[in-house]
Design a binder for this molecule. Structure first.
Ligand code: HMN
Length: 295
């Protein structure tokens, strides 16, 4: 479990000018994160726009990131898809690529009973030898993982943790309490990374980390050193940036990609139906990028 700690940015979809998956641009984002010293990456999740990709494209995204980062940091593959079949295909692909762990949201669209969701996760786990991280994100999937279902899943030794993106920091504490030393809880909401770490998360996986990895690494260090007041103040500055990123007309990921462009990493735009930021917001993006550099 020691592989799973610290700052694990959710990796973004890296497109060429035509909007196709780009290996060189993936390598550029990978290198930028590696240079900053993050502990791992979470590839093909929400922030990776996986929901808008074909299975083939998702395999490309997983392969390009692995080729760039294998052996350099912890690699987690998100393989959740609407069908069990596609998820298993992605899981096997990730295992062949040498990923360190798999993770998956619950199956989306139909509202399924716990038994179907548990069956889905169990089938993915059975497909490879890799450890598995449950992904709880009720605000987008409509499915809420309860501590009782989590405990049931813990009967499977492959379950090593949960990435919890629900807002209550209490949920992080409850999952940690249910799993104890045999689980890692990953903080999901970036806006309360510090709270999540203090309440039981040993690591964070976040959609805004790659926009400002140095700030999250610093927050993580402050928590490890018990400097909670300073950590809280830094969190507040991080939150000002997140609020600014979310205040533009386009999607937050479009805004982040513009910030990254200003930090020297061009990974293209976002895939529709996600919306681009309008050219009129260029000045505001400059301001956000400058604010990050100044922190
Ligand atoms: C992923 O790519 O799967 C992300 O890590 C998900 C992550 O928990 C994000 N949550 C959502 O997108 C709902 C957060 O990092 C989020 O982007 C951040 O807290 C800003 O609101």
């Amino acid at each position: 479990l020691t592989k799973f700690h610290g700052i694990i940015p959710a990796f973004y979809a890296c497109y060429d000018e035509q909007g196709n998956m780009s290996e060189p641009r993936t390598a550029a984002l990978a290198d930028y994160l590696y240079q900053r010293g993050v502990q791992g990456v979470y590839v093909g999740g929400s922030s990776g726009e996986c929901i808008y990709h074909s299975v083939e494209e998702r395999k490309q995204a997983l392969a390009y990131a692995a080729r760039a980062l294998k052996g350099k940091m912890t690699l987690i593959a998100h393989v959740g898809a609407p069908s069990t079949r596609d998820s298993i295909e992605l899981a096997r692909h990730a295992a062949e690529l040498g990923y360190d762990a798999l993770s998956a949201i619950p199956p989306i669209y139909f509202k399924l009973p716990d038994s179907a969701v548990v069956g889905y996760w169990t089938a993915i786990m059975a497909a490879t030898e890799l450890p598995f991280i449950i992904y709880n994100i009720p605000q987008t999937t409509g499915y809420t993982l309860t501590p009782a279902v989590f405990r049931q899943l813990l009967a499977n030794p492959k379950v090593i943790g949960v990435k919890n993106s629900s807002m209550p920091a209490l949920d992080i504490e409850r999952f940690k309490s249910a799993g104890g030393d045999r689980v890692v809880v990953f903080n999901g909401p970036d806006e309360q990374f510090v709270a999540g770490r203090i309440m039981g998360a040993a690591a964070g996986i976040g959609g805004t980390y790659a926009a400002m990895p140095e700030l999250y690494l610093q927050a993580d260090r402050l928590v490890r050193e018990g400097r909670f007041e300073e950590a809280g103040k830094l969190q507040s500055k991080i939150n000002d940036v997140i609020v600014a990123l979310c205040s533009l007309d386009g999607s937050m990921y479009a805004a982040i990609k513009e910030v990254l462009r200003r930090r020297g990493v061009n990974i293209g735009g976002v895939r529709a139906p996600l919306e681009d930021v309008s050219p009129a917001d260029a000045g505001r993006i400059d301001g956000i990028a400058a604010a990050i550099d100044a922190l």
